[in-house]
Design a protein around this ligand. Sequence first.
Ligand SMILES: [Zn+2]
Length: 290
Amino acid sequence: MRTKVQWNYFIALTQILCLMAAALVFWNLLHRSPSQDKDIYPYLLSISPNLVKECSQEYRSGKVVPWEDLLAIRSTLSPQEGQFLIEQLKNKISFQNLSWGNIPLPIKNLVTRRRDILVHVQYLTPGRYRFPVVGKTWFEDSFGADREGGKRAHEGTDLFAPEGTPIINICGGRIEQLGWNRLGGERVGVRGDDGNYYYYAHLETISSKLVKGKRIEAGEDVGTMGHTGDALTTPDHLHLGIEIPNGQWINPYPFLVVWQYWADQRINAAIHNLSKDERNLLILSRFGIL
Ligand SMILES: [Zn+2]
C-alpha cells in the first residue's frame, strides 16, 4: 500500500516537473528576441555605395530589370557573368526561369539568397527610405568609435549642419519616444514599419505636429538640428541611430551615403522642372547663401 502511494506521488511529481519544463520552454519561445539571420548585415555592408549608385543609373536607363535582381547579380558576379543574366532579365525572363549557363550551383544559390535579403531588408531599394537631413550636410563613418574615454562605443552616425537645418523622418512608422533625455537631449524615436527603431538626437526643436504613439510618414518633419543633451559643447549635429528588432545597433553610414545620393538625384530632377529664376533661388538657398 505504502509503495503504491509513493509510486503515485512519483508520477504526480514527474507530471508537475514535465509541465513546468514545458511552461519554461513555452515562456522562452514567447519572449525570445526576434532572430536575425547572420548573413544579412555582412552582405548589406559589403555592398559599396558606389556599386549601388552604378546600379541606380542602370536601373533608371533602358529596359527595366527588377532592382533586387540587378543588385544581387551585380554585387556577386563579374560584370561579364552578370551581363549574361541581366540580358535575360531585360528580355522579361523572370529570375526563377533564368538560364545560369556555366555559373556553378553554389554561386547561383548565393545570388538567390542575396536577392532574398534585398527583397526583405530594403535599405537599398530606391525610394523606400529618406535621407534625414534637408540641405547640405557633412558626415563620416564613426560607428564603434570610443565615447566618454572608451566607456561606450558610438552607436550611430553624426551628421553635421548648421543649427535649424530641417530633419525629416527616414522610414514611416509610429512615434515611440519624444522629448528630453540626458544623452540625446531633445530626441525623437520612431518605430519603423520595418521593425527598426530610428533614433534622432540632439535636436534644437522637435516638430510640434509629433504626438507620442501616433504615426509619422517617411519624409515628414521630425524637427531641426541642434546640439542638445551631451552634444552641448560640440558643433551642431544630428546623432542618428538605427536599432534592429533583436536589439543590435547597426551602422547607418553606408545606407546614409546611398540615401543622400538618391535625395540629391531627386533634387536634381526637381531643379530641371523649375524656371530659371526658381532654379537660381533654390541653388542659392541650398548652399546657405539665402
Ligand atoms: Zn553621435
